[in-house]
Design a binder for this molecule. Structure first.
Ligand code: BMA
Length: 826
């Protein structure tokens, strides 16, 4: 071998052995079985036992028919998983081999070649072990034995001398929605729900990298990178940040290293609506003898977020300043996108976040009864300018606070915060969903006959977890500029008047309290983090509830089983009777239920936005579903936009013109969520009959709009007599300089059921295979285009003698159409 070859050979060999490498074990052949049985069956990793049973045709799909009931036995069983994997001699030459489980659901014992490595007890933690001493060249056997989480939970519950609500769910650190929710089936699953891998490393490895933004000006972003490094061998190493090298001495064991780094003329990360969510890729690596031994690519965004709570005349403010300016928050609540979360694809995450961006949102709250989401979720939020309100995974119950539980929570929080904190999208960390509210307002103590001591204990435990352990763990692990913590959402329950003057609030007087939608106009808090109303899913999703021919009727047991709220149907019906004609035909009922939901949310959102800046945020309940179901979602399980999502897009526009009818007058508000100013604004009001005849026009005075402006109230009897109120609508146009249209709106005096609609002649013309033009002669209220595809707009009002172009996601042979008129006419 000549010298050059020898050099190249040594160089490659060095690269091979010195470099850090990873190998996923998920793609190995996995098997599973009920621990009572002998026969192993093929399994998929990442996955869950329910999916494996389904793939082996041992249970029917629990999402279909009434099959959920048929899979309840699974939660009481123990399940074993195993795989064989090979280790090569080259792999064995590495100094260290780690076995890494990104997620195990939940109580398991891990055996490698027969040796017990660890017992696990938390679905939300990553489990990592040095296994070089236990692996051997050639074949290795990895086994994971899962115990029934329900049975383990029952044992844990015995530690507490009183009954906990929905026991044993809160004793197990496992996605709480698996135990059933008012929009989700009970599917308490088990399994290897995230990737399993081997990682090979030498000398040292980067365990964690985070950065603090110490200063941000137009000229400079001043950052400090913090590295946690584990070194097997002490010595001289190098850390590079984007090719800038720094030499350092590492001691054996754990090392903490800080390195300053600057970015000149930084381009900011902006939330959706304010500009581009600019991201920088920063490459960091650890080197030994000029060879990379561990590295990571960070995608970071430069922005500032301040969480402002200041006393004012009415209570206390609650808002976010982003990049120095108050940001009005518009968004929604997120639940896991599947009851079997391992099968949520990257594409599904991307699509749901894209749909949120398209509907003009700038924040999503990850609700605490689900899971800390997949990296892809946060990546999509970073890229689309969607801020994240991150709940920790505790919801609607009491939680224990014994030492084991607290240590477990501490490790969970540490792990999740270190995984997620570099995402620019994360705005706030919140302790829990409705745990404070459950303790204070839901009267479980009475129901379970607590003694005074028991009640005190519950509150003490609550304080321990959410006011001590979690915030302390955040302080230890979060970069200082990212430490924004809020203990519980909501901070005060909706029965208390303070819930409207401070903190965030969940307003459930509509739906749970059965108050009319109009109450939303009065119940406006500083930051509305939940409120909602149910609507049925699309027809496509409804049909998917059936394994055979769909029986589309409200009496169908299958359809009934896909409504998880005890009084759901009753409540929908009650509200429908108030505002809409109640159709008997299923398709029409489905359509009206969606209109009803959209109407309720429109009323709520408009009330919130009109109250700006008293109110600085509105997050409706809820964006998505985890299976095909009648629920509060705006997008159903198959990804179809319900009428609500189209309405959200309209209601969340950056500039809107909103109305408020009060004691014979009409108030008009213009709202702007950007930082520019609109001058010389006027509102033109046209009184239009349903056949298109304009019977009056008035114009407002001129105003300047910064964030919100109210025009002089308009006396309604100046516009129209009482008797013809249900035959006309107001066409409202907000015009700026050079008559430029800034926003538009239509106002109807009556409820939809009272409108004296006449039959519209709706015609559809094909422009291209994926574009149509919809036209009408007289007003077509709530035009509904039917088809299992996505329409760029739907459930919209088509004004008399007008037309609208609509894009289709796929070409359709024929587009069927109906409007509100059809609900009272055959
Ligand atoms: C909210 C949520 C969920 C629930 C929803 C609708 O308060 O936190 O617990 O699904 O109400 O009832």
């Amino acid at each position: 071998m000549n010298k050059t070859f020898l050099f190249i050979f040594l160089f490659i060999q060095n690269l091979l052995f010195a470099q850090f490498s990873e190998r996923s074990l998920s793609s190995e052949k996995w098997q599973f079985k009920n621990s009572k049985e002998q026969k192993w069956l093929p399994a998929k990793v990442p996955g869950t036992v329910h999916l494996d049973l389904m793939n082996n045709q041992l249970i029917p799909d629990p999402y279909k028919d009434e099959n959920e009931k048929k899979s309840q036995w699974i939660e009481n069983e123990d399940w074993d998983y195993q795989t064989h994997f090979n280790i090569s001699s080259e792999e064995l030459e590495n100094q260290n081999i780690d076995l890494v489980f990104e997620g195990l659901d939940t109580f398991s014992e891990i055996y490698l070649n027969g040796k017990l490595l660890k017992k696990t007890d938390n679905m939300f933690r990553k489990w990592e072990f040095l296994v070089k001493q236990y692996v051997k060249m050639g074949d290795n056997l990895l086994q994971i034995k899962f115990r029934s989480a329900v049975n383990v939970g029952k044992e844990l519950a015995k530690k507490v001398p009183f009954m906990m609500p929905e026991s044993p769910r809160s004793f197990v650190r496992k996605a709480q929605y698996q135990f059933g929710w008012d929009w989700g089936p009970r599917l308490v699953t088990a399994g290897i729900w995230k990737d399993v891998k081997l990682s090979f490393w030498n000398n040292a490895k980067l365990e964690n990298v985070k950065f603090e933004q110490k200063g941000l000006t137009k000229q400079m972003a001043d950052l400090n990178f913090h590295f946690e490094i584990f070194a097997d061998n002490e010595g001289i190493y190098e850390i590079s940040i984007d090719n800038k090298k720094n030499q350092l001495q590492l001691k054996k064991g754990s090392n903490n290293v800080d390195i300053p780094f600057t970015i000149e003329n930084p381009k900011l990360w902006q939330p959706n609506g304010w500009g581009d969510p600019n991201l920088y890729t920063v490459k960091v690596s650890l080197q030994k003898d000029s060879k990379i031994i561990s590295n990571e690519d960070l995608r970071i965004g430069l922005r500032t977020i301040e969480f402002i709570q200041e006393k004012d005349g009415k209570g206390k403010s609650f808002y976010f300043k982003v990049n120095g300016h108050p940001l009005y928050i518009k968004g929604t609540n997120w639940i896991p996108a599947d009851s079997f979360s391992p099968r949520i694809t990257k594409g599904k995450y991307q699509q749901l976040i894209k749909d949120s961006k398209e509907a003009n949102m700038n924040m999503i709250r990850i609700w605490g009864g689900g899971i800390y989401e997949d990296d892809e979720f946060y990546r999509a939020c970073d890229e689309n300018g969607i801020l994240v309100w991150q709940d920790f995974m505790f919801a609607g119950s009491f939680y224990p606070a014994d030492e084991d539980f607290l240590n477990n929570v501490k490790e969970e929080v540490r792990g999740q915060v270190n995984r997620l904190q570099n995402h620019p999208s994360i705005a706030l960390w919140c302790g829990n969903n409705e745990v404070d509210e459950a303790i204070v307002n839901w009267e479980y103590q009475k129901q379970f006959k607590y003694s005074k001591e028991d009640s005190l204990q519950v509150w003490k435990d609550y304080k321990k977890v959410f006011h001590e352990v979690i915030p302390n763990t955040l302080k230890e692990n979060l970069a200082a500029d990212k430490n924004i913590y809020w203990p519980s959402s909501p901070s005060i329950g909706w029965g208390h008047k303070e819930s409207l003057t401070e903190g965030d609030s969940h307003y459930w007087g509509v739906w749970w309290g059965e108050q009319p939608f109009e109450i939303y106009n009065e119940k406006v808090g500083r930051f509305m983090s939940e409120y909602g109303f149910q609507g049925m899913p699309s027809l496509e999703t409804t049909e998917s509830m059936f394994s055979g021919d769909p029986d589309l009727s409200l009496q169908s047991p299958t359809i009934k089983a896909h409504e998880k709220h005890g009084r759901g149907w009753e409540i929908i019906n009650k509200y429908m009777e108030r505002d809409y004609p109640v159709p008997t035909d299923f398709v029409k009922y489905n359509y009206v239920s969606q209109l009803l939901q959209a109407r309720g949310m429109q009323i709520a959102i408009e009330a919130h936005r009109r109250a700006k800046p008293y109110n600085m945020g509105t997050l409706y309940w809820q964006l998505n579903d985890c299976w095909p179901v009648v629920s509060w979602s705006s997008i159903d399980y198959l990804g179809n936009w319900k009428a609500l999502h189209y309405q959200i897009k309209r209601s969340f526009e950056q500039q809107v013109l909103l109305t408020e009818e009060k004691e014979g007058t009409l108030n008009l508000y213009a709202i702007n969520d950007n930082q520019n100013v609109f001058r010389n604004l006027t509102v033109e009001i046209k009184v239009v009959k349903f056949n298109g005849e304009v019977i009056g026009t008035v114009s407002s005075e001129e105003k300047t709009l910064n964030e919100i402006v109210k025009f002089d109230p308009v006396k309604i009897d100046r516009l129209i007599s009482d008797s013809s109120k249900n035959e006309v609508f107001l066409k409202l146009t907000l015009k700026g300089e050079n008559a430029k249209i800034v926003a538009e709106n239509n106002f109807f005096f009556g409820k939809p059921k009272d409108l004296k609609l006449t039959k519209p002649n709706i015609t559809i013309r094909k422009i291209s295979p994926t574009e149509i033009e919809v036209s009408t002669d007289v007003l077509a209220k709530d035009v509904y285009l039917l088809g299992d595809i996505h329409f760029s707009d739907n459930f919209f009002d088509l004004l008399p003698k007008s037309s609208k172009r609509i894009k289709l996601s796929k070409s359709l042979e024929k587009v069927e159409v109906m409007s509100l008129w059809n609900t009272v006419n055959p």
